[in-house]
Design a protein around this ligand. Structure first.
Ligand SMILES: [Zn+2]
Length: 215
């Protein structure tokens, strides 16, 4: 993408928007592949899941019908109880200290529209009704919107933090995630501790990771 100096100056006024964009490109995820970052530091362990909506509820457009909204709310409440998603070896004596569950809505537009996220996805298109489009033009708008929805992506993002009495005693993490969400694919896991970093690919037929010697 070519960008003029003038445009760059304009963009500098939007620096916070650009910074938000750096966190993650939801649109680039792969359906059937959830990501999980696990970090152990001192007595603290954190797990952050980033999972395509397709793997959780089977769709990624913004839920509007009652049944879709119910599916999303049900999924969010399952994430609220982390033991639906994963379990840590009890010998680690870990206590959950924080959990943040949210949906990261992908941006169907250009980067400049990222700030919409701060406004709870108010439907910007509703006010178009005020313009009383001629009937023959309405179908064009609908077509446009349909294409948007087909391309929409979102992710469930769940962040859990623990403090552990015996963090080095954690030798295994199990993932009931795969049975909780039948649409789930694999989990690609990045694990980091003082010992080093390891990656795992976990699927429902062997839903756990072995952490012996890795913490
Ligand atoms: Zn997607």
């Amino acid at each position: 993408m070519k960008r003029s100096i003038y445009c760059s100056l304009l963009m500098s006024a939007m620096i916070s928007v650009v910074a938000a964009e750096e966190t993650r490109q939801v649109d680039k995820h792969e359906h059937g592949v959830g990501e999980l970052n696990i970090a152990v530091e001192g007595n603290a362990m954190s797990l952050e899941f980033m999972i395509p909506g397709a793997d959780i509820v089977g769709f990624e457009y913004e839920a509007k019908s009652d049944s879709d909204i119910a599916l999303v709310n049900s999924a969010l409440s399952k994430f609220q109880d982390f033991e639906n998603i994963f379990t840590l070896s009890s010998s680690g004596n870990c206590n959950l200290v924080d959990a943040v569950i949210e949906i990261n809505q992908g941006d169907e537009h250009e980067d400049e529209h990222d700030h919409e996220d701060e406004h709870d996805h108010e439907d910007e298109h509703e006010h178009e009704d005020e313009h009383d489009h001629e009937d023959e033009h309405d179908h064009e708008d609908e077509h446009y919107h349909d294409e948007h929805e087909e391309e929409a992506h979102n992710e469930f993002v769940a962040h859990y933090s623990f403090t552990c009495g015996n963090v080095k005693e954690i030798d295994r993490i199990d993932f009931p995630y795969f049975t909780t969400f039948p649409n789930s694919g694999e989990l690609e896991i990045q694990f980091v501790s003082e010992v080093g970093s390891t990656s795992f690919e976990v699927e429902g037929d062997k839903p756990f990771i072995d952490l012996k010697g890795k913490i």
